[in-house]
Design a protein around this ligand. Sequence first.
Ligand code: SF4
Length: 233
Amino acid sequence: MPDNRIITVPREEIVFPEQTIAKLAEYCGEDEDLIGEWKNIADEAAKHSVPKGMYAILPIELSGSRIDIGGIVTENDFVAEHFSKAGIHRVFPYIATAGEELLEWSKTITDPILAYMLDQLMNSVVGIAAAKTTQAIRDEFRIEGRLSAMSPGSVSKWTTTMGQPYLFDLLGGQAVVKESIGVTLTPTMMMLPRKSVSSIGFETGEHNFQMCQYCPRLDCPNRRAESMVAPRG
Ligand code: SF4
C-alpha cells in the first residue's frame, strides 16, 4: 500500500482568468441577459469547486518492456522506452479531479449554451487541480527540472485499458482512490467525475518527453507540443 498524499485546493485559490470568462462569454453573442447569467454561473462554479488530487512516490525498475513500479508489474514498449530514456529510479503516479461537488452542481444548469460554457470552464478547474497536484509533488520531492506526465489514453500505444487500472493500482487500487478523492473507473476505463486526469509523473531531464508529441489529435485545444506522429498536410 503506497503512502499516498491527498490535497484539496483551497477555495481562495480557485480563480478563473478574466480572459477565460470573457472568451467563453462570446458564445452569448450580444445577449446582455445571457452574459449576466454566465457571469453568475462562473462565480457559482468557483464556489462549488472542490478540486482534489492524490499522489505517491514509488521506485521503478525496468527490463525491456517490463515495468515494475513499487512491485506492481506491467508490460508496455512505449512507456518502458521513455522511462528508460529518462534514466529514472522513481516515479510519481497521480490523479487530479475537478471534484464531484462541481460536477453534481453543474447538472442544475440546463440551458444548452450555458451548460456548454460551464463544461469548458470545468476544464480550467481540473487544470487547477492538476497544477496544484504537480506543484505539491515538486515541492515535496524538491524537483527543479522537468516533470513530465505519462497519461493513459493519450496515445494508442498506451490506451486507457492498458494504463488506467495499472495507475489506479499504483495508488492502492480503485477503492482507495474512490475513498480518497471520489474518482472511480467505469467498465470502459473512463474516470468519473469525467473532469479528472491521471498520469505517472517522471523526471525527464534532457529527455524532453511530452505526451502531446506522440498524440495525433491536432484539434486538441490543450496541445502543449507539436505532434511528431500526426499526418502532415
Ligand atoms: S494533444 Fe491534447 S489529447 Fe493529445 S496528449 Fe496533448 S493534451 Fe492530451
